[in-house]
Write a protein that binds this ligand. Structure first.
Ligand code: 1GP
Length: 256
């Protein structure tokens, strides 16, 4: 269905029903981990699988996509670290513009290179204002992108950046503390960005516990992305996706 993934994000924003995305980084691909995760995915309330990472070898991306395609029904969303990470084996792509940084290649440069491939890929394209937020330690994303993250204690900068991204027509915003961050994006920053923008809001980076996840849903994230915590311990997928599921069940009860 055209626009199926963006429609999910928009519905989440409108209804308050949250989405849970599992991020799989093909660089960390271990067959045993994937087997275990896929088995769990087929019996947990996960909405989307995201595939990507800051440093990818593209054969691994293709390999990972083929593996997942053959085993799961969920929509697969590319989360590309560079213009090399495009494959029509996914359903959709977050076309990230790194608006927290000032690296022209990641604001528009790689997009120009990728545009003809994207056009012919058939992928649903979701332009996204991607904002790296300081998570307490240097991340691969920050190093590879040659950009400084927004300081965690400066919500005003995050608000203005998010507002500018929205005014430029980006369809969605992503606050990311970076994979494996010590500190996830604070609920306060999420709340303030949420209050000042209308687009769907994705939040990820360093979320490890059910409580951290719940606080970020309450603060206004429409979709949370979890990678590391599940990679370290696949069983956590049940616990973490269960938090979103219970949150949504409460909304349903309130609206009935
Ligand atoms: C990273 O937001 C994602 O870009 C997920 O982060 O791997 O720390 O869950 P984690």
């Amino acid at each position: 269905m055209p626009n199926a993934v963006f429609t999910k994000l928009q519905d989440a924003r409108k209804t308050g029903r949250k989405l849970f995305a599992l991020l799989i980084d093909p660089d960390h691909l271990r067959l045993q981990y994937l087997d275990q995760t896929v088995a769990l995915l087929n019996r947990t309330p996960v909405d989307l699988v995201m595939v990507g990472g800051s440093l990818l070898l593209d054969e691994r991306l293709e390999e990972c996509l083929s593996y997942l395609r053959a085993r799961i029904e969920l929509p697969i969303l590319l989360f590309p670290g560079s213009a090399l990470q495009i494959t029509s084996k996914a359903d959709a792509i977050l076309l990230l513009s790194l608006i927290s940084g000032r690296n022209p290649e990641l604001l528009i440069g790689q997009h120009v290179t990728a545009a003809p491939y994207l056009r012919s890929s058939g992928l649903e394209i979701i332009s996204t204002g991607y904002m790296l937020i300081d998570g307490g330690r240097p991340t691969t994303a920050s190093y590879v992108s040659h950009t400084l993250p927004i300081p965690a204690n400066k919500p005003d900068i995050a608000i203005c950046t998010a507002m500018a991204g929205e005014m430029l027509g980006l369809r969605c915003l992503y606050l990311d503390a970076g994979s494996g961050a010590h500190q996830p994006v604070s609920p306060e920053m999420i709340r303030q960005v949420r209050e000042n923008t209308q687009t769907p809001l994705i939040v990820g980076g360093g979320i490890r516990t059910g409580q951290q996840l719940h606080e970020r849903l309450v603060a206004g994230a429409d979709m949370v992305v979890i990678g590391h915590a599940v990679e370290e311990e696949p069983q956590r997928l049940m616990e973490l996706s269960g938090v979103v599921d219970r949150f949504n069940a409460q909304i349903t009860r309130k609206t009935v």
